[in-house]
Ligand binder design. Structure first.
Ligand code: FAD
Length: 451
């Protein structure tokens, strides 16, 4: 009987367990986790904080589901892996043997560096426990400062507004999320935030958090302004939780390095891929740095969908199948200042190559040609579609508001559909971008039998 150990009860770990069980009915699967709340939806935390989802609903798995998979669960922290002995070492000194091991330890929020980060009232949003702390602090707080430029920072802004806390939002640059959104999209988001009463402070950085009796009382900015607040919420990025792999002599770069079968290697020496293959130790999810054939390099995703796919693929390989992980074009549905926004493929980085053209349309168009498309938001007051057009295919897109076209565009990007027949129309000013894409998608789908 094969003994499987999975370190991490996030979506990567759970998906691996599902895959293993689909192949191996008799193996012994143990899931270890150091977050006492076990498996829950991290993306759901934002909705929990705005009171849209009760805590109970964050748990996708009930006791029955764990039973069905015959999963043993152990709330414990893993200190080290001893690959040569096929054992892991827990923080309390216990040793557990394994035949196949998965490292699915996820990522953690990057801590702020400013003096005062240890004060009560300084928060991040990584876990359910963090979310509970934010709700508790919000009951007594009048105002908060939020620092950070991405999705999580915005979720914190909205969470605090929903809890009726006055919010000062610090942006390092002169607009929101400039490395992904274009100027119009940033301004749409900022405008909506301002309408909600959020005070945005552009080109503003945190220098220090002040406190009294261990409690945050305000901040000082780099340009020496003082602001009073009881909460300082920081979301300046995430870092793979790779310390365990590092301490165990595994090959680690920005994350835990894995090959296309999600197998790790020993650290060895020299550049990637070096060291010796560790055929019984796998890694998946936010902690893993996986080779992306499209980008031509090993990348870290930090997204739910890829974590699930990687976990599932790792699980199949752990149980004796041979399955390569093929990264698909990113597809991230999120909400920015209440506006459903889908980010598809490669849209970031203004330094992109000269062959790419950007085309955007908004407001005046409605896209209703695809009857069975999913419209995630019905009563939108903003519609915007921006596509990045390559020489022969669509490279990426941002869909804000009406989501009618997002699945179609995702397919076209992911399948690298040849858009030569419509390229001229697409880049021609004032042509109905949405209609052109919808028509093209309808034909393409029929020809290729896509769903
Ligand atoms: C607030 C928030 C919002 C998000 N929103 C989105 C979104 O809208 N869309 C999207 O695609 N993604 C989103 N994400 C990212 C997404 O949640 C992650 O990509 C996904 O959860 C990663 O899953 P994972 O299984 O790799 O790791 P995790 O879910 O982080 O799980 C890691 C597990 O490892 C365990 N662990 C770690 N170290 C140890 C150790 N030493 N010993 C024992 N156990 C250990 C932890 O206890 C935990 O169970 C969001 C994340 C956050 C925090």
């Amino acid at each position: 009987m094969t003994r499987y150990l999975i370190i991490g009860a996030g979506v990567a770990g759970i998906s691996a367990a599902e895959a293993i069980r689909s192949v191996d009915q008799s193996g012994d699967i143990t899931l270890l986790y150091d977050d006492a709340d076990g498996y829950y939806s991290r993306p759901g935390l934002a909705y929990y904080l705005t009171n849209e989802v009760p805590e109970k609903q964050l748990y996708a798995f009930q006791e029955d589901d764990f039973h069905r998979l015959r999963l043993q669960r152990l709330h414990a922290s893993v200190r080290r892996i001893r690959p040569s002995e096929h054992k892991i070492e827990l923080n309390d000194g216990r040793l557990l043997p394994y035949d196949r091991l998965l490292i699915a330890t996820g990522a953690a929020a990057t801590p702020a560096k400013a003096p005062g980060v240890e004060l009560q009232g300084v928060v991040k949003l990584d876990s359910l426990e963090d979310a509970r702390r934010i709700l508790k602090l919000s009951r007594k707080a009048h105002s908060a400062v939020v620092v950070g430029g991405g999705i999580t920072a915005l979720e914190l802004v909205e969470a605090l507004r929903a809890q009726r806390v006055q919010v000062h939002y610090f942006l390092r640059g002169d607009r929101y999320w400039a490395n992904v959104l274009d100027e119009t999209e940033s301004r749409i988001v900022e405008h909506r935030l301002k309408e909600e009463g959020v005070q945005i402070h552009y080109q503003t950085e945190l220098a220090e958090i002040n406190g009294k009796n261990g409690q945050a009382t305000g901040v000082r900015t780099v340009d020496n302004r003082q602001l009073r607040c009881e909460i300082v919420a920081v979301a300046i990025g995430v870092q793979p939780r790779k310390a365990l792999a590092e301490a165990s002599g595994l090959k680690v770069d920005r994350g835990v390095w894995v090959d296309e079968f999600l197998r790790t290697r020993t650290a060895g020496g020299g550049a990637l891929p070096g060291g010796e293959a560790l055929p019984d130790v796998y890694a998946a999810g936010d902690v893993a740095q996986v080779y992306d054939p499209l980008a031509g390099k090993a990348v870290i995703d930090s997204l739910w969908g890829p974590a699930r796919q990687q976990g599932y693929t790792a699980g199949l390989n752990m149980s004796g199948q041979t399955r390569a992980y093929r990264k698909s074009a990113p597809f991230n549905v999120t909400r920015l200042a209440g506006l459903t926004t889908t980010i598809i493929g490669a849209v970031g980085g203004r330094e992109t190559d000269a062959d790419l053209l950007e085309v955007a349309r908004g407001e005046s168009e409605t896209w209703r040609q695809i009857p069975d498309a999913i419209a995630a938001q019905a009563d939108f007051d903003v519609n915007r579609l921006r596509v990045l057009v390559g020489k022969q295919n669509l490279v990426g897109a941002i869909v804000m508001g009406d989501q009618t076209l997002s699945q179609a565009v995702h397919h076209l990007v992911a399948e690298q559909a040849d858009i030569t027949p419509i390229r001229e129309q697409l880049i021609h000013p004032n042509r109905p971008l949405g209609d052109i894409l919808a028509g093209f998608w309808a034909d393409w789908r029929q020809q290729h039998g896509a769903k």
